[in-house]
Design a protein around this ligand. Structure first.
Ligand code: BGC
Length: 461
């Protein structure tokens, strides 16, 4: 081992349409469920919405310049479904203006030597489909409409885009959108999120099938899904807590990853959820199994896991950052769910490789430093905590690849820009670039510079 990442290692940044684009009615776009949700009083912490966000629908040239100057090799962005097919459905009109706009943007990336990686679904379901038949709850309709939307993207962009991600984080879409209700469309239910998760898997799989059969032979790309998971570490060595950590991973990740990479749901999930976990038909599971060319991983933190609690969504386990001796696992971020713990990242990469045997792309990883919502820009840009986070996580990545032999092929920091952080609004900032949301002025932070230096030093030439 050379101690460096291989020369074809891809690194860059990730963003998502609703979080950066703004312009909710421009060029024929119609609302998505996130427009409706963010405009509902009480849903977003600071009462904001994505109407302007980073104004990237207009300022995409600035985004490309930031990427170019950063030295990034790849950019992961998502398409807004309700721009491309404003009403969303298979019999609805395709919006040529949106296609033209996205093509200009993707061409600019390619001209600047930045490889585009496109996510088809980063949470912004066309509102029309939700109103028409219940959106993700209605398998017969949504699978056909999603596959039609996916095909539209492959057809219009597949000459330029060779790397596709079907869904971003089906756990968040289903559990936060239809279980706890803190994300759009805001449903609270202990049955719906299992149905939605199942439908997301089936829709993903049929989109992959369409790509592989109809587009890949001429376009020659790859396609997969992005799942989210923290490393889950037993609180201590007690057998209950060791078992709890395994159960926690099954409920967070295995319920998606096992059907895709192994062809069945984890036994413990089936056992606990019973009839509420929809079964795959034989045809469906044959399509779901092996439906991802790689393992797309979004990961931010590590959690200590204890047995107990009656939170079925997470497999009746409890999470904490406080060790048995009372110390904290790592540095606390602005958001309560995130502490920095690089060794957990390395363990997770090893676990995924051992369990699923697929090359890994870390499609998101990042840190929201404290105080960036209130401090003046000259202090925010000295983002020492984020720099330390990236120092630790890139080192863990390097060790996982060079010392442990885990085939990680790419790394995308979240995020290029401060942006609309879902239910937190603009209160939480994950960017390596500070955005003044009043003026839209972008100022790079020290973490931008850190990554700009780190990758060239640690990737073989
Ligand atoms: C999502 C991003 C989000 C980030 C930080 C991920 O769950 O894919 O859209 O901004 O985490 O919370």
């Amino acid at each position: 081992m050379s101690g460096k990442l291989p020369s074809d290692f891809l690194w860059g940044y990730a963003t998502a349409s609703y979080q950066i684009e703004g312009s909710p009615t421009a060029d024929g776009r119609l609302p998505s469920i996130w427009d409706t949700f963010s405009h509902t009083p009480g849903k977003i912490k600071d009462g904001s919405n994505g109407d302007v966000a980073c104004d990237s629908w207009h300022r995409w040239g600035e985004d490309v310049a930031l990427l170019k100057f950063s030295g990034a090799k790849v950019y992961r962005f998502s398409f807004s479904w309700s721009r491309i097919i404003p009403e969303g459905g298979r019999d609805d009109l395709i919006n040529a203006d949106a296609i033209e706009h996205y093509r200009y943007f993707i061409e600019a990336l390619v001209k600047n030597g930045i490889k585009p990686i496109a996510t088809l679904y980063h949470w912004d379901l066309p509102q029309t489909l939700h109103d028409r038949y219940g959106g993700w709850l209605n398998k017969e309709e949504i699978v056909q409409d999603y596959v039609n939307y996916a095909r539209t993207c492959f057809r219009y962009f597949g000459d330029l885009v060779k790397d596709w991600i079907t869904h971003n984080e089906p756990w968040c879409v289903s559990v936060l959108g239809y279980g706890t209700g803190v994300f759009a469309p805001g449903h609270k239910s202990d049955t719906e999120h299992w149905i939605v998760a199942h439908n997301l898997l089936v829709a993903h799989a049929y989109a992959v099938k369409a790509y592989r059969e109809e587009f890949k032979p001429s376009q020659g790309g790859q396609i997969g899904i992005t799942l989210d998971c923290s490393w889950q570490m037993p609180y201590d060595n007690s057998p209950e807590n060791v078992a709890a950590a395994q159960r926690g991973i099954a409920f967070k990740l295995g319920r998606f990853a096992d059907p895709i990479y192994k062809g069945y749901y984890p036994a413990i999930v089936k056992e606990m959820i019973g009839d509420r976990l929809p079964d795959f038909t034989e045809e469906e599971i044959a399509v779901v199994k092996d439906s991802s060319d790689f393992f797309g991983l979004n990961t931010y933190t590590t959690q200590l896991v204890q047995d107990g609690g009656d939170n079925e969504i997470q497999g009746n386990v409890k999470y904490t950052f406080t060790r048995p001796d009372g110390t904290q696992l790592g540095k606390q971020a602005h958001v309560p769910w995130l502490q920095s713990y690089p060794p957990g990242f390395r363990s997770l990469l090893n676990y995924l490789w051992e369990t699923y045997k697929k090359p890994i792309y870390v499609t998101e990883n990042g840190f929201a430093a404290k105080g960036e919502n209130v401090l003046p820009v000259d202090q925010v840009v000295k983002d020492t905590d984020r720099v330390e986070y990236f120092q630790g996580y890139t080192d863990a990545l390097l060790r996982a690849v060079t010392e442990d032999g885990v085939p990680v092929k790419g790394y995308f920091a979240w995020s290029l820009l401060d942006n609309f952080e879902w239910a937190d609004g603009y209160d939480t900032r994950f960017g390596v670039t500070y955005v003044d949301f009043k003026t839209q002025r972008r100022t790079t932070k020290e973490s931008y510079q850190f990554l700009r230096n780190w990758f060239p030093e640690h990737v073989e030439t």
